[in-house]
Design a protein around this ligand. Structure first.
Ligand code: NAD
Length: 299
C-alpha cells in the first residue's frame, strides 16, 4: 500500500523533525500533540528546521515554505487520525504513556491505518496488543538530525504483517531515508547492539587501568581505519548517556568494574561539567580535540 496521508504523534525533538522531513518529501502531514503549548513549540522547531534545510541541504525558500505549508496541527486525536494511512508515534519514552496512547489511538483510527513507533529502547511487542492491530504495527526508528543522519531502522515484532513491513521500507525510502530492515525484534536495533558493547569495552579498558584514552583510540583507528576512536564517539554521545547505561548495568549485575566506571564518569566528568562535545569538554577538549592533531596517530 502507498501511504499518502501521514500523522506524526508527539511533536518534540524527533516528532517535529519526522513531520518536517516527511512534508519536505511531498507528503501531507498532520502533527498531533496534547495541547496548544506543545503545538506552538513544534511550530517554532519547524521554523528553525527550515533554516537547517536551506543551510545544510541547499533547499530554496520556496521549497522550505512549501514543506511547512503541507503540515497541519491538531490536538484532538480522533481528528488527527481520521484520514491517516500511517501514524508515526514519537511521544515520550515512557511505557505507561505509550500504552495509554496506543489504546486510545487503536480505538479512533480507521481500520486500514498502520502505526509505527519511533521508540529507541522500548520494543514494539510491548504495545502490539494495546494497538488492537498487531499485524499493522512495527518500529520505524529515526536518528536525531534526521535530514543529515538519514537512517531509518524498520523493525518487525513477531506478529507484524510482512506486507506492512515492506510498505514501511518503501515509505522510509520515499522520505529520503536509507532504510535499514530488521527482520526480528532486537533491543537497541542494529546500531546500539554494536555501539553499546563496543563503547563499554573501551571504558572498561580505561577503568581497569589497562591503558589510557589516547592509546585506546589510536589502537582502534590505526588497526581498523575508523575515523573516530571509542572515546571520541563517547564525547559525541554524551557522558550523561554513557553514565546512565553503566549505572543501570552496575545496579543489575553488581559487577565492581561497572561500579568503578560509573563512579569515575560521575566524579571526574559529570560533576565537573565535562559532558562531552556539547559542553566543550569530555574525554577531549573542543573545538580542537587532540585526536584531530596531525601527529595523533604517530608515536
Ligand atoms: P520530546 O520530549 O522532545 O517530545 C515528546 C513530545 O510528545 C512532546 O511534544 C510532548 O508534548 C508530546 N506528548 C506527550 N504525551 C503525549 C501523548 N500522550 N500524545 C501525544 N504527544 C504527547 O521527545 P523526543 O526526544 O522527540 O523523543 C520521542 C520519541 O522518539 C521517544 O520514543 C524516543 O525514544 C524517540 N527517539 C528520540 C531520539 C532523540 O535523539 N531525541 C532519537 C531517536 C528516537
Amino acid at each position: 500500500m502507498d501511504y499518502k496521508r501521514i500523522t506524526v504523534a508527539g511533536s518534540g525533538v524527533l516528532g517535529s523533525q519526522i513531520a518536517y522531513q516527511t512534508a519536505f518529501k511531498g507528503f501531507e502531514v498532520t502533527v498531533y500533540d496534547i495541547n496548544d503549548e506543545a503545538i506552538a513549540r513544534s511550530q517554532e522547531r519547524i521554523a528553525k528546521l527550515k533554516g537547517n534545510y536551506k543551510k545544510d541541504l541547499g533547499a530554496t525558500q520556496e521549497e522550505v515554505d512549501a514543506a511547512e505549508n503541507r503540515i497541519s496541527f491538531q490536538t484532538d486525536l480522533a481528528k488527527a487520525a481520521a484520514n491517516a494511512d500511517l501514524v508515526i508515534e514519537a511521544i515520550p519514552e515512557v511505557e505507561d504513556i505509550k500504552m495509554r496512547f496506543y489504546k486510545e489511538l487503536g480505538a479512533v483510527a480507521p481500520a486500514h491505518t498502520v502505526f509505527a513507533t519511533n521508540s529507541s529502547t522500548l520494543l514494539p511487542s510491548q504495545f502490539a496488543e494495546a494497538t488492537g492491530r498487531p499485524g499493522q504495527f512495527l518500529a520505524l526508528h529515526f536518528a536525531n538530525t534526521i535530514w543529515i543522519n538519514n537512517t531509518a531502522e524498520i523493525m518487525m515484532h513477531p506478529e507484524t504483517d510482512l506486507n506492512v513491513f515492506n510498505d514501511l521500507v518503501a515509505f522510509a525510502k520515499a522520505i529520503g531515508m536509507v532504510a535499514l530492515p530488521l527482520y526480528k525484534e532486537q533491543p537497541g536495533y542494529i546500531l546500539n547492539s554494536l555501539l553499546v558493547p563496543f563503547l563499554e569495552a573501551a571504558e572498561l579498558l580505561l577503568v581497569k587501568e589497562v591503558s589510557d584514552v589516547h592509546t585506546i583510540d589510536k589502537t582502534w583507528r590505526i588497526a581498523t581505519g575508523a575515523p573516530l576512536g571509542p572515546f571520541a564517539i563517547l564525547d559525541v554521545v554524551g557522558i550523561n548517556t554513557a553514565y546512565n547505561i553503566v549505572q543501570a548495568k552496575a545496579a543489575a549485575t553488581g559487577n565492581p568494574a561497572y561500579r568503578k566506571l560509573a563512579d569515575l564518569l560521575k566524579t571526574e566528568y559529570i560533576d565537573k561539567g565535562k559532558l562531552g562535545k556539547a559542553t566543550g569538554e569530555g574525554f577531549y577538549s573542543y573545538p580542537n580535540p587532540a585526536f584531530l592533531e596531525p601527529d595523533f596517530l604517530e608515536n
